[in-house]
Design a protein around this ligand. Sequence first.
Ligand code: ZN
Length: 332
Amino acid sequence: MQDFLKQTLSAEPPAQTSGHNEQLSWQWLDEGILEFTPHRPTARALVVSAGIHGNETAPIEIVNELVNELLAGKRTLQLRLLVIFGSPEAMRSGKRYQRCDLNRLFGGRWQQYEDNMEARRAWRLEQVLETFWQAGNCEEIRWHLDLHTAIRGSWHTQFGVMPLRDSAWPDDFLHWLAAAGLQALVFHRTPGGTFTHYSSQHFNAASCTLELGKALPFGSNDLSLFSAARDALAALLSGEALPPVNEPPLRYRVSQQITRFSEAFVLHMNSATLNFTAFPQGTLLAEDGDKRCYVQQAREYVLFPNPNVAKGQRAGLMLVEDNAHNETSGSR
Ligand code: ZN
């Protein structure tokens, strides 16, 4: 296999499903799923996923470039690696998803849906992750980086969304996220159906959903905008020095979720509202019949506002700054 993305977009299985070079051996496990094992023993295992939303192409292109270097033996590998293109079908059609949002279905939530492409894929990806993590010993360090781009523009152009985690976040993981150029980190405080939440909850992996800019079609991305993330990922794969951290990311935590309950749902924001736009206490954010959603804290910031979601789904998150942390880290 020479080009993992081309191969995946072709919708055909590769002629050769495994191989090796001086650095590593690789195995194609399923459509868009490739496992790499370095010849040298390692105590680390990394899952890198992109294309969970099929139209978020820049991270797919970045990952593909690194994968092709690994396949060609041009890059050393210092950890066990599982690479996933999440939604090949949606990637081929240039859509976020076909029937339902794959990144809401993990942790068995796919079972609540009628049989469809995304539900099957969520099930398959859960199986693949389980097999991958269980192949290592229990001391193995597990990280999962899920790469996305956002639907809308943002005050912080690159940021990470962290799933609920019971234990402390590893310092080297937080440092890697800063080195990858993330300007903000958003910490969830409740469980969710995302891929990274699944890795965190079921396998205690340090995981993050990276939002690396705006979604554009294949070939239209200015990959130089993603150079910090790309360089940090390359360094992680090959055990090289990370890019320098200019400023540690600001921290936010989720204060409330805006949910669409019915057809009557109205979100009081427009398509130009940027992620991390601030709203003062008391602002009416959304209405849904007789339900109203207001800003509760002195100031809250919106993330991922999207009125066009299915009933019962998240139409936006409201955040507060984690002031205690931001002040002690001196990043303001
Ligand atoms: Zn996405």
